[in-house]
Design a protein around this ligand. Structure first.
Ligand code: FAD
Length: 414
């Protein structure tokens, strides 16, 4: 019997891992990549440092239709397996607050390790080969077409990624290929993305960064609350806590319908209790009664924010604080702990790190094989699995790539 011929479609993190794993099982593997190089997205991960995993791995860090299914997959290829996988290629991995990075802190080193492993394992890589059709042969196996080129494989692994960051090659075409083979695709939306707000005056504080606790107020989709460094932009809000909540806010807006908004409360003093802050405000009123409004409010938060809050409360900078209505002073203090913003949507797929939704995992077995089409496998973000910031998405790519590659590369027992 000849070797199993495996076609992996998509040369991202998941596809490369799947190709390496399938080759490790002795299969003849061909990796078809639409772009002019493999692993382009990896280069931009973790701000160029590639946060490739997380020691605190649990299905709770993921969204998707079926957490139990995700948990079962992670149990078979977890963080230790990721470290071992890379160590096996000569790449040293380090940990910072639980987050895993290459010791070299260079995403390009991760990509080099994967590329050289592909070569060492004898994987044939075909670049600039954008697959536009995958068909089942009448007998067995698959015919894969990319423009004028046709390929024949015994098994196929779809690892085309999502629609996020399409500049890196993931243009959503994988979803169409999956659908053409009978698979359902759960509604796809940008996730880990900046949020756009109605408030035009945000422009005045664009560029400011501040530690904050952010909470969605309706509670309609459960508690949506995050803490971390908030970044203000001219169109809205960004930063890790915003990325973390963006998926659920986008889903909430989608549920509410076109033109809807989500109201957020931003607490810029999350380390102060209401009582502590109340005492602080009272003290300020006693001790700084001879100041101008600008002087009075300086030193609490970033100056641009305080000036904005004064403006929103109708206070001029040069007015002596003794002449400012008490209610207006309270309003400024109130904004420090409960600043309301109204989210109208998110940035597009161009700016998203990942997508929510994808190939429905109810139709995919725990070894990543399709339950509808024997011999068809999936790996990576194309599936309805998306993780929080913190290395979880790459962990999913290595995990699912490994499970798919190993199962696809193995000969069926006969
Ligand atoms: C800016 C940014 C920063 C990120 N930082 C992190 C991080 O630090 N940690 C983390 O865990 N995650 C991070 N992520 C997310 C993570 O990079 C992705 O979840 C992961 O790379 C997905 O891997 P994938 O192989 O499934 O898809 P992709 O990496 O998107 O790869 C899919 C590949 O398939 C190819 N392809 C698509 N369609 C076809 C077709 N029809 N024919 C042939 N080829 C095709 C594409 O060209 C592409 O190369 C980040 C993402 C971005 C955009």
């Amino acid at each position: 019997m000849g070797r199993m011929r495996i076609g992996v479609i998509g040369g991202g993190a998941a596809g490369m891992t799947a190709a390496i794993a399938a080759a490790g099982e002795g299969a003849a593997v061909t990796l078809l990549e639409g772009g002019e190089r493999v692993g382009k997205k990896i280069l931009s991960t973790g701000n160029g440092k590639c946060n490739l995993g997380n020691l605190e791995l649990s299905a709770d860090a993921y969204y998707g239709a079926d957490r139990e299914w995700i948990a079962d997959c992670l149990a078979r290829f977890g963080s230790e397996d990721t470290i071992r996988f890379f160590r096996g290629m000569g790449l040293l991995v380090k940990e910072r607050n639980g987050l895993l990075y290459p010791l070299a802190e260079q995403a390009s080193v991760v990509l080099d390790a994967l590329r050289w492993e592909l070569r060492a394992m004898g994987v044939e890589t075909v670049l600039e080969c954008r697959v536009d059709a995958v068909r089942r042969n009448a007998e067995k196996g698959f015919k894969v077409s990319a423009g004028q080129r046709d390929f024949e494989f015994d098994r196929v692994i779809l690892a085309c990624g999502s629609k996020a960051a399409p500049k890196t090659g993931s243009d959503g075409s994988g979803y169409l290929l999956a659908e053409s083979l009978g698979h359902a695709v759960v509604l796809v939306m940008p996730a880990l993305v900046q949020l756009r707000c109605r408030e035009a005056w945000l422009r005045e504080v664009s560029g400011v960064r501040a530690e904050a606790e952010i909470r969605e107020l309706s509670g309609e989709s459960g508690v949506i609350e995050e803490r971390g460094e908030l970044q203000l932009t001219d169109y809205g809000i960004s930063g890790i806590p915003v990325f973390q909540m963006s998926r659920r806010i986008n889903a909430l807006l989608r549920k509410r319908g076109k033109g809807s908004e989500a109201e957020l409360s931003v607490n810029l003093l999350p380390d102060y209790s209401a009582e502590e802050f109340g005492r602080l405000c009272a003290g300020r009123r006693l001790l700084q009664a001879d100041r101008t409004a600008e002087e009075f409010f300086t030193g609490i938060l970033n100056k641009k924010l305080m000036l904005l809050f004064m403006k929103l409360s109708g206070i001029r900078r040069d007015t002596p604080i003794s002449q400012v209505e008490s209610g207006r002073i309270d309003q400024v203090f109130g904004l420090c702990r409960d600043w309301r913003l109204h989210v109208t949507g998110s940035n597009s797929y161009d700016n998203a790190q990942v997508c929510a939704g994808g190939v429905d995992t109810a139709q995919v077995g725990r070894n990543m094989e399709s339950l509808l089409v024997p011999g068809l496998f999936f790996a990576g973000e194309i599936l309805d699995v998306d993780g929080r910031c913190g290395g979880y998405n790459l962990q999913w790519a290595w995990c699912s790539g490994h499970l798919a590659g190993r199962a696809a590369g193995r000969r069926p027992e006969s």
